[in-house]
Design a binder for this molecule. Structure first.
Ligand SMILES: Nc1ncnc2c1ncn2[C@@H]1O[C@H](COP(=O)(O)OP(=O)(O)OP(=O)(O)O)[C@@H](O)[C@H]1O
Ligand SMILES: [Mg+2]
Length: 252
């Protein structure tokens, strides 16, 4: 069995608006394995983003515990949590959220500089990542000069600059067209093949087919897990069918 890198035990999340409380995540146990490309699926409002934000320490838990590399992170002080977010966690959102006044190169390198790492080492890794995401020729451009797909590729590179234990992605292809989505998924697949652990929320069967493990969320719990073989583009159609049949069987 693979090593667990991230674990949630007895996780609960309740949102309260005035008199009304909603239990979005209900006593959920979840384990994410090192090196896996795990996807979370479920109907809209099922609590996928909420779960992702809790597991990555972006949002608090109502109760339960979260362990990252066997260390509890759910009760850390803000300062310690900021360090973990910068050091151990990469995040890719639906919108790239790049900083408009900084170049592509700077957008990627900045998080590295914030860690007080050796600038030269950060610059070298930035160059490597620029190549990986095929943005070498655009490194001096500003975000406003890029297409949506290019911006998202920069966001992927930025999420990797501190060589995080886990990269989290919430609908990373949600704002992209079909061609751009495919390119972004190819990139995430390549990153995964190099050993990076990825946890991604998606609505998209094609995107989910890149994963090797699928968690289906329903009523605040994990309602089913689909284990897939390692991705191989030759079997994409079969994988898509497997994922489709599985989520349909869960009432998606
Ligand atoms: N900050 C909040 N305050 C109150 N309710 C919230 C808050 N965030 C989420 N919710 C509620 O929690 C539930 C789950 O939301 P969440 O965003 O996790 O769903 P999701 O599965 O990511 O949905 P989608 O697929 O539409 O993105 C929804 O009913 C939502 O309205
Ligand atoms: Mg969501």
């Amino acid at each position: 069995m693979n090593e667990i890198v991230l674990e949630g035990n007895g996780l609960c999340k309740t949102f309260t608006n005035g008199q009304v409380s909603t239990n979005v995540i209900r006593n959920m146990d979840v384990a994410i394995y090192k090196g896996d490309f795990t996807v979370i699926m479920g109907t809209s409002g099922a609590g996928k983003s909420t779960l992702l934000y809790m597991l990555s320490g972006i949002d608090t838990v109502t109760s339960g515990e979260i362990l990252l590399n066997n260390k509890r992170i759910d009760q850390l002080k803000e300062k310690e949590m900021t360090t973990i977010r910068r050091e151990d966690i990469g995040f890719i959102f639906q919108e790239p959220n790049l900083l408009d006044d900084f170049t592509v190169f700077e957008n990627i390198a900045m998080t590295g500089y914030l860690m007080n790492k050796d600038r030269k080492a950060v610059n070298e890794l930035t160059n490597t990542l620029l190549e990986e995401v095929d943005m070498m020729d655009h490194q001096d451009k500003y975000p406003s000069q890029l297409s949506g797909g290019q911006k998202q590729r920069v966001a992927v590179a930025r999420s990797l600059i501190n060589q995080p234990g886990v990269v989290f992605a919430d609908e990373p292809t949600g704002a992209l067209n079909a061609t751009q989505s495919e390119a972004a998924l190819d990139l995430l697949t390549a990153v995964h093949m190099k050993g990076q652990t990825i946890l991604m929320v998606t609505h998209d069967i094609r995107a989910a087919s890149r994963a090797n493990r699928l968690l289906y969320i329903k009523d605040g719990k994990i309602d089913g897990i689909l284990q897939l073989d390692q991705f191989d583009s030759g079997s994409l159609k079969d994988r898509e069918k497997q994922v489709f049949d599985f989520v349909m069987s869960k009432g998606w």
